[in-house]
Design a protein around this ligand. Sequence first.
Ligand SMILES: O=C(CO)[C@@H](O)[C@H](O)COP(=O)(O)O
Ligand SMILES: [Fe+2]
Length: 232
Amino acid sequence: MNPTHRKAPLLAPSLLAADFGNLQAETERLASSAADWLHFDVMDGRFVPNISFGIPVLEAVHRYAKQPIDVHLMIAEPQHYLSAFRDAGASILTVHYEACTHLHRVIQQIKQLGCRAGVALNPHTPVSMLEDVAADLDVVLVMSVNPGFGGQSFIPNTLRKVAQLKELLVDSGSQALIEVDGGVTLDNAPALVAAGADVLVAGSFVFKNGDPVGTLARMRAELAPEALEPNN
Ligand SMILES: O=C(CO)[C@@H](O)[C@H](O)COP(=O)(O)O
Ligand SMILES: [Fe+2]
């Protein structure tokens, strides 16, 4: 692919890796960073074996956020909580394919609430499962780790999966963005962008060196179309 035809990916730092004791300060410093979205990971201890944070914390973050909040619902029966997350400040609401018996209905509910609708796929779920809903989606989130924890290693098969998903979206006339989440670093990001990723979520890589603003600026610069090698 000609690098001049590539688009810079959107950057979505995951607040799961931020300092929870200073969420106001963390959110405020991201306000003037290269972040395009703020990624907000909700875990319920049922769908995933971990519990993170929920509606009141989203409400608090939303008070200080300047970017759209991208809410990743790793919860069972998400249909019961969609309007509460919308009211608390979600712009993008992403549910898991594996958590929804009536996925088509849930997607319509999200759109009726005025949010952008996303569906996430676990590493074991093939992209073909989205064939019949692809045209209705705003975002497909490809998990590049098993959901539930930050700081895990990127699963290499994700690259193949992103390329397959890109093809499926083009074939279905879908405008959905491809978001990749889990173990994203500057080592794997150029290949993800080349495979078709539009949005990159990064938690540990952005926060763990203590300089999220600097790291996001570096990501923005190194992932600019003119900085990417043709065969990345
Ligand atoms: O949804 C999840 C994990 O379940 C992610 O959003 C993580 O928060 C990303 O963190 P890193 O893998 O980048 O540390
Ligand atoms: Fe996430």
